[in-house]
Design a protein around this ligand. Structure first.
Ligand code: HEM
Length: 497
């Protein structure tokens, strides 16, 4: 017999739980996808659950995603959902510590820093960092041809080295292994699910976070000050691009605002890209045929008659369909963010098509709930994707590939200007690893450039092997979906004869 809680029929069904305040915290926290898929079977696409005293309502599937990510600002609010987590880390006055209209303008400033010219300047710098890292930090050479590593740790280092060399600026790169590393570690220690659920605990990690926020913010302020004196030249980094930005009302972005945006960008890109590169390489180590395919693709596009490779360029990345498919497919199965939250600020009517067939009447998601989007559910839905649980980059390659067709079938092509540039609304798409709507990621192009360049370097120069008996499982206890115990080895590639 199905256990059920007594309920108000004007509200979504509530997931059964025994302990009132605790609710479904363990069930959801341990494996959110298992929780989402099992609850969808029982309750339909829209259901509520209790999470440590908060009322969460999940809206699944392309239409559910639209309800939340495409929601009007009069209905859903990201600031109210995130500010207690992000403001102590990023700092005041930016992102979720300001009205939404200001965030939209900040995103526009960031976008105008990620010009084609800027992106074109990044691959050589990224390649340079990769070369240095594999040869010197990992010490790979003819005399030490193989090394076993924790892949997540290795990729986290690669991502911070390459992001600091490009987006963050050369001063950050210079200190990235010194004082900056400590600030980052302490700040990151304050960006956890515990901080999300309990914003004000008297724990040492909270004090360390606050100290690190101030130190990190002052560190960027100093860079800006020095630059104003004209003592440092710089490349196409974000600090120089943000300097001089002015809001529509004529108020300029302050140096402190720039510092806080820089911290936000660091945090937004670091774990997402470390996780994505790690999962990609794990799958490649597991599928030597695809790894070989990528190597052949590198030879075809960059190979020179003397057996060496031409440098990766921003334009040439677009000529790597297999690379694109490999990253795209990894993001389908391992979207770094499993739950996207908004606070409901006025009742949201649920369209009848989203209610379970057993429901007699339509209902609302009431003001005060959090609405949860989980794009990963539609990205792994067997009703939408063939072999949804299997990593199949080929699905993106076939003529009008199965992957692309699945996306197009559901995606409205409507373009919409949220203030930071015209983007495909895409809020009803079954594929949204970068989110959708007004809060959609502005870092996608940078992330693809960074990931494709790093993976190109690895594929050209090294082979890989999984050093664990089975493919790593997923850790959902962190803010970002990470692999557990991802041990692999890199070996220097024997040059083709
Ligand atoms: C927003 C994913 C890399 C900057 C988002 C969102 C997602 C996402 C899902 C939407 C969040 C929401 O709706 O609440 C990813 C993935 C990445 C990545 C999968 C890499 C594989 C980056 C990078 C940067 C960045 C490298 C910076 C250069 C941002 C910013 C937002 C955002 C500024 C906007 C937040 C908002 O409007 O509320 N990202 N991201 N991301 N991301 Fe990314």
């Amino acid at each position: 017999r199905q256990l059920a809680l007594p309920r108000d029929k004007s509200l979504p069904p509530v997931v059964f739980h025994y302990i009132p305040w605790f609710g479904s915290a363990a069930y959801y926290g341990e494996d959110p996808y298992k929780f989402f898929f099992e609850c969808r079977d029982k309750y339909g696409d829209v259901f509520s659950f209790v999470l440590l005293g908060r009322k969460m309502t999940v809206a699944l599937g392309p239409k559910g995603n639209n309800l939340s990510l495409g929601g009007k600002t009069s209905q859903v609010c990201a600031e109210d959902a995130y500010t207690h987590l992000t403001t102590p880390v990023f700092g005041k006055g930016v992102v979720y510590d300001c009205p939404n209209d200001m965030l939209m303008q900040q995103k526009k400033f960031i976008k105008s820093g990620l010009t084609t010219e800027a992106l074109q300047s990044y691959p050589p710098l990224i390649e340079d960092e990769c070369e240095e890292f594999f040869k010197h930090d990992l010490g790979l050479s003819a005399s030490k041809p193989s090394v076993k590593v924790d892949l997540l740790k290795t990729m986290s280092e690669m991502i911070i080295l390459t992001a600091s060399r490009t987006l963050q600026g050369k001063e950050v790169r210079k200190h990235v292994n010194g004082k900056f590393a400590q600030y980052y570690e302490d700040l990151d220690g304050g960006f956890t699910p515990i901080n999300f659920m309990f914003p004000n605990l008297p724990l040492p990690s909270y004090r360390r976070r606050d100290k690190a926020q101030k130190a990190m913010s002052d560190f960027y302020m100093k860079i800006i000050e020095e630059r104003k004196k004209g003592e440092t030249d710089h490349e196409f980094d974000m600090i120089s691009s943000l300097q001089g930005s002015v809001y529509k009302n004529g108020v300029p972005l302050t140096d402190r605002d720039i510092s806080h945006i820089m911290i936000a960008l660091l945090m937004a890109g670091q774990h997402t890209s470390s996780a994505t590169s790690s999962w990609t390489l794990l799958h490649l180590a597991d599928r030597p045929d695809i790894y070989e395919g990528l190597y052949q693709e590198q030879k075809k596009v960059f190979g020179k008659p003397d057996g060496t490779f031409a440098p990766v360029t921003y334009e040439s990345i677009k000529e790597l369909p297999l690379m694109d498919a490999v990253i795209r497919e990894t993001l389908r199965m391992h979207a770094p963010i499993h739950s996207i939250y908004r606070k409901v600020i006025s009742d949201i009517p649920v369209p009848p098509s989203l209610s379970a067939p057993s429901e007699q009447s339509s209902y609302v998601i009431p003001k005060g709930h959090f609405i949860v989007a989980a794009p990963g559910v539609s990205q792994m839905d067997p009703l939408i994707w063939q072999n949804s649980k299997t990593w199949t980059p080929e699905r993106w390659l076939e003529e009008k590939g199965v992957g692309q067709a699945a996306v197009e079938q559901y995606t409205k092509s409507e373009q919409i200007d949220y203030g930071f540039g015209s983007v495909s609304k895409g809020t009803e798409s079954p594929y949204q690893p970068f989110g959708a709507g007004r809060h959609r990621c502005v870092g996608e192009q940078f992330a693809y450039t960074q990931l494709s360049t790093i993976i190109s370097h690895i594929v050209r120069n090294y082979t890989m092997k999984l050093e664990v008996p089975s493919f790593p499982e997923t850790n959902y206890r962190t803010m970002i979906v990470l692999p557990k115990n991802p041990q692999v080895s890199f070996s220097v590639r024997k040059q083709d004869v």
